[in-house]
Ligand binder design. Structure first.
Ligand SMILES: [Mn+2]
Length: 384
């Protein structure tokens, strides 16, 4: 048996408000589908955040339909779960993935499906409030295992959750939450891919996101791709495949003192990428400004010919002295003050967790425009 494991494709995400970025997320998804077809895999699994929001645009729906249809036409089923981005509010609406079910996508948010003698299932993303209401992950997974009558069958589990150590503030530990009995555990949500690990007799695999999202620290420094997984007599081998069509990101530690040297270095990297017929890169500058303004840096970049013909977008994560000039950020110190105060103000613990989830979700966005857009598209996140 051979399958392809992909995660966090965030279809429809126009990062930095750019249509090119939306196209990038679609491009790499198609590259994975190409490989699934070439490789003649038996099926594809997707561990959540197929779409970037629970209200994809009509255009993004068409893109998602095209992905599922190509697999369907090649006789390759795709199994998936809803992530935190595309699960719908749960209260008022269903996951947008439910719509793709009629085209052959198999949504396994709450159960297991038997497919040619193997069991494939999963659990959609559960917020803190959801974890409390349902009794938690372990209770649900134990119920799944009880229902699978053939205990010898190969079992693939998909999850999309904040597990330690990748989310250091999370109370969720895999060893406590996942009972023994699964063979392959595919996990989404953490966007940095991991080498396969073991939990009891199970292989745990994080493919990471397919494109750069900036939701996790140092995400710009890792390869993006998916896993091809081969199972022979229960022996599992995983090959990580990196994307060829991925948007390159150049991340630079910026220092005012060495500005010319830094820009020459960027120029060299950009030209090397363009020589290799790669997409125009996004350049991220991180560091502090003392005397210069962002506009000074832009004019210098232009002077060196690093304009929109060579670079898709610049992202300036530059702080002036102590003031953070980039977007919204709520540091841990502020969280320590804000959340307890909010809890006291709200009183009801369940309601507090819902509000806390909304705030934490909004914190993952890069700037206030993205937050505005998300709130417009998802007004029901405030529904209780
Ligand atoms: Mn994600």
């Amino acid at each position: 048996m051979k399958f392809l494991h992909i995660s966090d494709t965030h279809l429809g995400y126009s990062q930095y408000g750019l249509s090119e970025r939306k196209r990038d997320f679609l491009d790499v998804f198609h590259e994975a589908v190409d490989r699934a077809i070439d490789e003649k895999v038996d099926f594809v699994i997707h561990s959540g955040d197929f779409f970037h929001t629970s209200r994809p645009s009509n255009e993004t729906f068409l893109d998602g339909i095209e992905i599922v249809k190509r697999l369907f036409n090649a006789n390759i089923p795709i199994f998936t779960i809803s992530g935190n981005h595309d699960r719908g509010s749960q209260v008022r609406d269903v996951s947008p993935l439910a719509i793709l079910q009629s085209l052959g996508l198999k949504l396994v948010d709450t159960d297991f499906i038997e497919y040619e003698g193997i069991f494939i299932g999963g659990l959609k993303y559960l917020s803190k409030a959801g974890l409390k209401q349902t009794g938690g992950i372990r209770v649900i997974l134990e119920r799944y295992l009880e229902k699978i009558t053939d205990s010898n069958a190969f079992k693939i589990l998909m999850l999309h959750q904040e597990f330690q150590p990748y989310f250091p503030d999370s109370p969720l530990y895999m060893q406590q939450e996942i009972p023994e009995g699964f063979d392959y555990i595919g996990i989404g949500h953490y966007h940095i891919r991991q080498e396969p690990k073991f939990l009891n007799s199970a292989t745990v695999v994080y493919p990471g996101s397919t494109e750069f999202t900036a939701y996790n620290e140092n995400e710009d420094k890792v390869e993006k791709g998916f896993y091809i997984v081969e199972v022979k007599d229960r022996n599992i081998s995983c090959e990580f495949v990196t994307f060829k069509r991925r948007r390159p990101f150049i991340s630079v530690d910026f220092e005012e003192e060495n500005i010319d040297e830094i820009i020459l270095n960027i120029k060299e990297k950009v030209e090397h990428l363009l020589d290799k017929k790669q997409k125009k890169p996004v350049v991220i500058l991180k560091g502090n400004l003392r005397n210069l303004e962002v506009k000074d840096i832009i004019s210098l970049l232009n002077k060196y010919g690093l304009n929109e013909e060579k670079v898709l977008h610049y992202r300036f994560n530059l702080s002036k002295e102590t003031e953070d000039i980039t977007g919204i950020s709520l540091g841990n110190e502020e969280e320590d003050i804000v959340f307890p105060a909010l809890k006291e103000l709200i009183g009801d613990e369940n309601l507090f967790h819902i509000v806390e989830d909304v705030i934490k979700n909004l914190q993952t966005f890069e700037n206030i425009d993205e937050v505005k857009k998300y709130l417009k598209e998802n007004p029901d996140i405030f529904t209780v």
